[in-house]
Each structure stands twice: as C-alpha cells, then as structure tokens.
Design a protein around this ligand. Structure first.
Ligand code: ZN
Length: 470
C-alpha cells in the first residue's frame, strides 16, 4: 500500500495507494469544507493537490447528508482523486462533546464511499496528566479496532498520548497491531499554535518510533509552509491544510517564513499567478486563498527536491532561521539523531553544504566520525588541516586530515561525505566541539605509538608534539 522511493534524514518520498489512485508523498491534502468554499474542489489539482480531505461530521450533521448518502462523497465534494474523511474528533476537542458514536461516523464514511475512514478518536490535549492520557488511549484503541473490523485497511489509526513520549510510542505500537493501513499523529495543533516546536518534535518522533517504517504517517494540521520541511524531516508523509482558506478569511498571507497580515504589507513578494498580476490592495479573499495554496504546494515541491538531493537538512536549517521557536524545534530534533541516523541513507547524491551550528550534529557527521575510530591507521599519526601539504611527512606518519566537522585518514579524501562536502573556513564553537570529540575519541580508542600535529588554525587541541614549524 505504501512504497518508499527516496530517503533523507527521516524524511521520505513515497507512493501511497489510496482506493483506485496512487499519490506521491509527502503531500498536502487541502481541507474542503462542504459548506464554505473559497476554491472549488475540482480546481485543487491545478495547484498540485493529489488528495483532499473533508469532514464527515459536518456532512453527517448538515443538510448535505442525504445527498452524500444518495450520490456518494464526490457528489458533494467534486474532487477528481482520493478523498479522506475526518470524524469529528476536532469538534470533540473544541466543544467537548459530539452527537455521534464512533461506529456511526465510521459507517457513515463507509456508506458515502470515503477512501480513508477515520474513527472518532479522543484527542488528549498537550500537557494533560498521565492518567487522563492513558484512559483516552484505551477508548481510542478500541475505536480503531472497531473501525478496522468495519472497513479493513481503509481505516485511519490516530496516534494520541498527549505530550507523554512513552505513551505516544505505545499508542503507535498498539495502533500498528490493528491492521489499519494509515496512521495519523493527532492533537499536535495546539503545540503548533503555541509555537511549542520542541514538544512537537518529541511527540512526532515518539509516535514514529512506535510505527513500522512501512507505515504512511499523517501529521494532522501540520500544513503550514514554514514548518513543512521540519515536518517532513521527522518522517511526516501526509499533511492537511485548512489554513489556506481559514487564513484567507482573516486577511493572512502565507509565506515560507511565516504568516503575514495583508493589511501590513506594502509589497507581494510572491510570483504566483494571483500575486504577480495584483497590488496588495487588489487581493481579495479568493485571491488570497489561491496564493496560500500556491505557496504551500511550491514549498512541497521544494522539500521533495531537497529530499532527492539529500539536502533536506540544509533546507530545514534555513527555514528554522525564520522563527526562534522553530529553531528550538530543529535543535531538539538532534536529540533524536540516533533514530534519524538509522533511517538516513549512508551515501547521498550530493555532499553536505555545511553551515555549522546545530548541523554539526547531523547524521552524516555523527556517522562518519563514529566510524573513524574503526579505520586502521598508525602506529604513528599526524593530524593536519585538510588543505595543508603533508607530503613530506607521509613516509613517517599516517595522516588524518581535519576539515571541521570531519576528521578522516587522507586516503578517504575523495569519499563521501568528506570529499564532496563544503565547509566554512573558520569553524564555529559547536563545530569545533564536535571535531575535538572525534579527534579525542580516535586517539583514546587507538593505540598509537606517536601522535603529532601540523599547526592548527582552528584552535583544536591534539595531545602530541607539533611538527613542521620552520
Ligand atoms: Zn502568491
């Protein structure tokens, strides 16, 4: 049902079979409100949408219900592709109560021919107590099992567990055992609304840890272009965006750096068809919604291209610079780097464009520097800057080149990632720390007879004698 084609960090490009269609992931499904339309569903593929989502609870309660039951979902949402339906859990989380059971809303979604059917899970708010989160999980798990009994692998399994990572992981494992074919990480919208990106990263990674890598994973509500690269780097495959229309109603203009208020803008920085033929004053709600969709799908294509190149980390690092809390989330990401590294390809199409700071902890660096200690060199070793001429020492020493954050035996100069990577001339303190650790570990784990170094411009400390000073 889901096949991964390309990988970078924990992100992936895949193909997901939904009903009679195949969609390429990562992708964003625009949320279609059956009653309030700014952009017609039939037009959504023109923006790049391959799948859309609508709310079954709104249909079930509203005047379109009979039409949906008679003519099927596409008679009310005219989208020429797969359609996922949501259950009313969002209404449950906002209003505390809904007038439908999980079985009823699942049977309704089945009756109208939804391609991905969501049970009425119980969203546990971030920061909720453990007992509450555990009790909610039990209910959610029973409802997933019931939905699988009713609709098989078309069932969507929501992963809850609030902000308790161990509960998220357990919930994911239990959900994966049901036979559901599709998984979503729920109740993360409040974290994004409060800019609690480090907690968001912990919740998503914990949920992913409990799921097999073969599971397609939807991050509910994570469709903002500014956080999209980070969301994909955690292994999010599908996203939904209600923001394109909701934000347009409030005069909000989406960009990859965040949301702007149209009334505060003097220029439209985008060259989509809506922005390029209008001034700020000429943007109405519909044009704004269309712009919001264009910028969302543009960033989606950008993210996929970076995954293809093996340079998603470069893109996330750029995007994270647009907001301090997003940067905090990206930094938290590296606390899970062991999990990321196990998914990250060992060799990529292009070398690392290394920009220092937190990226000194990216998996390519960690993996390379750890393997360094296994390379057989010595017993006499000379550490030297990577661009130094060491030819006159090569009869006496094995040379280890240092190109912060990397250190490598000179015979590996041309191999990935050291040879292809571009690094700044002067390393920052974080990079220097990582490089120092690699050098220290190599010396500690080896049994060298002699350690020497050629004058270092980086401030690196090598326990040995300096050679080569004329
Ligand atoms: Zn635009």
């Amino acid at each position: 049902m889901f096949e991964v084609r390309d990988k970078d960090l924990a992100g992936r490009i895949g193909r997901l079979r939904v009903g009679e269609w195949t969609v390429e992931t990562p992708t964003i499904m625009p949320v279609v409100n059956p009653n309030l339309r700014t952009v017609e569903p039939s037009e959504l593929p023109d923006f790049g949408a391959e799948i859309a989502i609508t709310n079954a609870y709104i249909l079930y309660r509203g005047e379109l219900r009979d039409r949906a039951l008679d003519g099927g979902l596409r008679s009310v949402v005219d989208f020429p592709g797969p359609l996922m339906t949501d259950s009313g859990s969002f209404q449950l989380s906002v209003y505390g109560d809904v007038e439908v059971s999980s079985r009823e809303i699942v049977e309704f979604q089945d009756a109208v021919g939804s391609d991905l059917v969501t049970p009425l899970d119980v969203p546990t708010a971030p920061g909720s107590g453990r007992a509450r989160a555990e009790a909610d999980l039990e209910v959610t798990q029973r409802r997933i099992e019931e939905a699988v009994d009713l609709v098989g692998e078309r069932a969507v399994a929501p992963v809850q567990g609030s902000t308790h990572p161990d509960l998220r992981e357990r919930a994911a494992r239990d959900a994966a055992s049901t036979g559901a074919g599709y998984f979503c990480v729920g109740a993360i919208v409040p974290l994004m609304e409060r800019y609690e990106y480090p907690e968001l990263v912990d919740c998503v990674v914990a949920s992913k840890r409990g799921l097999p890598d073969s599971a397609p994973v939807h991050l509910f509500g994570a469709g903002h272009p500014a956080s999209f690269a980070l969301a994909v780097s955690m292994g999010g495959d599908l996203f939904d965006s209600a923001a394109y229309a909701l934000f347009a109603r409030k005069g909000r203009y989406l960009t990859v750096e965040g949301t702007k208020f149209l009334e505060e803008m003097a220029y439209l920085p985008c060259s989509c068809p809506e922005c390029s033929r209008r001034d700020v004053e000429e943007m109405d709600e519909e044009a704004l919604a269309r712009h919001n969709l264009h910028v969302t799908f543009e960033e989606l294509r950008n993210v996929k291209q970076h995954v293809r190149e093996g340079r998603l980390a470069e893109l996330v690092a750029q995007r994270a610079r647009s907001h301090p809390h997003l940067l905090a989330g990206w930094r938290r990401y590296f606390e899970h780097v062991d999990w990321v590294e196990a998914r990250d390809p060992a060799v990529k199409r292009k070398g690392v464009l290394y920009t220092g700071g937190e990226t000194s902890r990216r998996p390519e660096v960690a993996r390379h520097n750890r393997r360094l200690a296994r390379v057989e060199i010595g017993p006499r070793v000379l550490f030297a800057p990577h661009d130094a001429d060491t030819s006159r020492f090569e009869d006496d020493f094995d040379v280890v080149k240092v190109k912060p954050p990397f250190a490598y035996p000179s015979e590996l100069s041309e191999t990935y990632p050291c040879g292809q990577s571009v690094v700044p001339g002067k390393p920052d303190p974080e990079t220097l720390g990582v490089t120092q650790d690699a050098v220290d570990r190599l010396i500690e784990e080896s049994d060298f007879d002699q350690v020497a170094y050629l004058e270092f411009p980086y401030g690196l400390e090598v326990p040995g004698e300096m050679v080569g000073r004329d």
